[in-house]
Design a protein around this ligand. Structure first.
Ligand code: 4NP
Length: 154
């Protein structure tokens, strides 16, 4: 079973790289063959590695994301990926506005995959502290578990 998932936040240096890492970890050893990537709606950080605080929370949880590089989402992503998953409502609105009419990708909000949390945002930790990145990690790992189960069911 082959699937592809693109996580999208604003800068692609905090939340979506962590969501990418969490789903990669979640799918390790699963029967799913999933292509997983992330991107930002903005272009400010294109080519940069994840925020040091995002790298640190990944390291605290046993993962190295230092080789990730930020990129901006493109119209072709809506053709190349089965699922485009927005980290917050503004990301979802921006993606909806740029989605090509005949693109196959299904667009959703990350927390719509988590029972009882539909419609919620993954808060932007960029202007926050280390604890905010721990919170982000908790949220994206909870969602990654639900997304893996959803992909396996589909
Ligand atoms: P992210 O966080 O969208 O989770 O990667 C941000 C990163 C950078 C900025 C905002 C949010 N920024 O304004 O540069």
């Amino acid at each position: 079973m082959s699937r592809s998932v693109l996580f999208v936040c604003l800068g692609n240096i905090c939340r979506s790289p962590l969501a990418e890492a969490a789903l990669r970890q979640e799918c390790t050893g699963s029967r799913l063959n999933v292509i997983i990537d992330s991107a930002g709606t903005g272009d400010w950080h294109v080519g940069q590695p994840p925020d040091e605080r995002a790298q640190a929370v990944a390291t605290r949880n046993g993962l190295d994301i230092g080789h990730f590089r930020a990129r901006q989402v493109t119209a072709s992503d809506f053709h190349d990926f089965d699922h485009v998953i927005a980290l917050d409502g503004q990301n979802l609105r921006d993606l909806t506005a740029m989605r090509p009419a005949r693109a196959a990708a299904r667009l959703s909000l990350l927390f719509d995959h988590v029972a009882g949390r539909s419609g919620e945002d993954v808060a932007d930790p960029f202007y926050g502290a280390d604890e905010d990145f721990d919170q982000t990690w908790t949220e994206v790992t909870e969602a990654a578990k639900a997304i893996r189960q959803w992909l396996e069911a589909g």
